[in-house]
Write a protein that binds this ligand. Structure first.
Ligand SMILES: [Zn+2]
Length: 411
């Protein structure tokens, strides 16, 4: 098969994205489709119908993740899998996750209409509860599949109404067998919206994702004394908020010198007692930092530990507790190269980049060859109703994955 001779149908892709967005479409043209909610169950059944119409066999595993298989010539060989997630956050967009699943459907449609029988099976996957918006944590099913999360614990996760994941899964009709889990694959390919502004600002068509960056997250506690705001002279105070202000400046100053790709965030800060006539005696704040190189994260942790003895803490007590961390996950070299080659052969501009956000492919990459591509997010927006990826960009992205699938399934 000549490489550039097969392309997907952009108009059909667009129609399919809109068709799937009808399951949970919001007033402002976003989507609310929480995992295993009524809308999610409906879209799962629709996904099943669409795949079966294409001659695929649809199965689901014990976490409800769905796999639609298009037969190949050699069906005992590991499949090439294309997938992502159909669930969304509350008032999310029409592209996050679902576009990666519909990439698979559009590719299968293209193969079927072009009478191309792949050498190995092609599987389109919908991985359950990527968002973690209804049942925490996010990437739940891929976490269980890859052995990072304990299934028993996950089943007990409850939504805000006290319904367990286990119950919701049973009621959905999508509790399948453990034997159906994804245990082998030639490749797992996930197309996703970038959810950031980099591709758009650099005018690149495609992001070829090299890794999902590692990170660490700390909670820092600053303890002072809560004396009267009017009667305590300034030199006699232990003001936890003034100390925190110094520490934050120190964090910015030191971390900005590490590496321009390092991102760090103080996302939560609580002041106690938070009364305008009382000197703050306690501040607790979080600090998370992300970078692909372990050495940079190590230096970040040194800076954080240095805060406990910093001059800037004035006379307060500072403690730093690690809440959690994760290592950088690198995607499969061969697949990353193959996606780059697809971009080149199609004449699309691309950028190799890390992902700052988590995705199912990162867990799957720990036990199967996996890779991802990003398509540009307008204004970098996602997890919002105005999330948008231009149709031409969706089309280009799916063509890149199609080329990779054709390469991987050629005899
Ligand atoms: Zn997503």
């Amino acid at each position: 098969m000549e490489k550039q001779s097969v392309l997907i149908n952009g108009e059909r892709l667009k129609n399919t994205v809109e068709e799937f967005a009808n399951f949970g479409r919001t007033e402002n043209n976003g989507v609310t489709r929480l995992a295993l909610s009524e809308m999610d169950i409906k879209v799962r059944n629709h996904f099943k119908d669409v795949c079966e119409e294409l001659g695929m066999t649809v199965k689901w595993d014990d976490m409800g993740s769905m796999y639609a298989t298009l037969e190949g010539v050699e069906n005992d060989k590991p499949p090439v899998v294309v997938g992502s997630h159909l669930d969304s956050v509350e008032k999310g967009g029409r592209f996050d996750g679902v576009l990666g699943v519909l990439t698979g459907i559009e590719i299968v449609r293209t193969l079927v209409e072009s009478n191309i029988k792949p050498q190995v099976p092609v599987v389109v996957a919908n991985i359950t509860n990527e968002e973690g918006a209804r049942f925490e944590p996010s990437m739940m099913a891929s976490g269980v599949m890859s052995g990072h999360f304990d299934k028993g614990q996950m089943l007990k996760s409850t939504d805000k109404n006290g319904i367990t994941f286990e119950k919701a899964l049973k009621v959905s009709g999508f509790e399948g067998s453990k034997e159906n889990r994804l245990t082998e694959a030639e490749a797992f390919l996930e197309l996703h919206v970038e959810q950031g502004p980099v591709l758009e600002s650099e005018s690149k068509d495609i992001g070829v994702v090299e890794c999902v960056v590692g990170m660490c997250c700390y909670e820092i506690e600053v303890i002072g004394d809560s004396d009267h705001a009017g009667t305590t002279p300034m030199p006699m105070r232990k003001d936890a908020l003034f100390a925190t202000n110094n520490l934050i400046n120190e964090i910015r100053e030191k971390m900005s010198k590490l590496d321009s790709d390092l991102v760090y965030t103080i996302g939560r800060l609580n002041v106690s007692p938070n009364i305008h006539t009382v000197i703050p005696n306690k501040v607790v704040f979080t600090l998370e930092a992300r970078h692909k190189e372990a050495d940079i994260i190590r230096q970040v942790e040194e800076i954080i530990h240095g805060l406990t003895t910093s001059e800037g803490k004035e006379k307060c007590e500072v403690t730093a507790t690690k809440l959690w961390d994760r290592d950088t996950v690198w995607f499969n070299d061969k697949l990353v190269n193959s996606l780059e080659e697809s971009c080149t052969s199609l004449g699309y501009s691309y950028k190799c980049m890390p992902s700052g956000a988590g995705h199912d492919a990162q867990f799957i990459a720990t036990y199967l060859p996996a890779a991802m591509i990003f398509v540009p997010s307008v204004n970098g927006k996602s997890h919002a109703e105005d999330e948008l990826t231009y149709w031409e960009d969706c089309e280009r992205g799916v063509n890149v994955v199609l080329q990779a699938v054709l390469d991987l399934t050629a005899n």
